[in-house]
Design a protein around this ligand. Structure first.
Ligand code: DAT
Ligand code: MG
Length: 149
């Protein structure tokens, strides 16, 4: 079963979108296996966005992600990584499709509400960067047979 790392960014928290966002992944049928409400250190933010270290927007991105609390989550399900990316939508909310989180709820690339792992390798890396093993809970929702054949 595939796991992906998702984080509701400070703008999503400030705008009161926690419930709206979590509801979408619950309704889809993915299983929540880890969640924490946390203030992100500069060190964690820089590690998380290490791939963008040389980009012009890197400092602004780290400033933004450390500017207020975030919700870090791990969700599980078949195809969860790619499906969550689809549900999140394109990086720029202005061009993200309606029906996606960014397309429905955002406007600005620097305020795009949510992060999602982009591939199996990054999902594994990000989950271990943000969560200790004991913070992840393996469980079977009792209605799973109505979601998965
Ligand atoms: P995504 O979050 O869709 O995976 P990414 O990995 O390319 O996008 O970039 C990480 C974050 O950096 C993105 O969510 C918002 C910010 N960002 C990306 N490109 C940007 C740009 N051209 N200007 C400002 N911020 C940008
Ligand atoms: Mg990315």
């Amino acid at each position: 079963m595939e796991r992906t790392f998702l984080a509701i960014k400070p703008d999503g928290i400030q705008r009161g979108l926690i419930g709206e966002i979590i509801s979408r992944f619950e309704a889809k049928g993915f299983t929540l296996v880890g969640l924490k409400f946390m203030k992100v250190s500069r060190e964690l933010a820089e590690q998380h966005y290490n791939i963008h270290r040389e980009k012009s927007f890197f400092t602004g991105l780290v400033d933004f992600i450390t500017s207020g609390p975030v919700i870090a989550m791990v969700w599980e399900g078949s195809g969860a990584i790619a499906a969550a990316r689809k549900m999140i939508g394109a990086t720029n909310p202005l061009t993200a499709e309606p029906g996606t989180i960014r397309g429905d709820l955002g406007i600005d690339i620097g305020r795009n509400i949510i992060h999602g792992s982009d591939a199996p390798e990054t999902a594994t890396q990000e989950i271990s960067l943000w969560f200790k093993d004991e913070e992840l809970i393996s469980w079977q929702p009792s209605l799973i047979s109505w979601i998965r054949e």
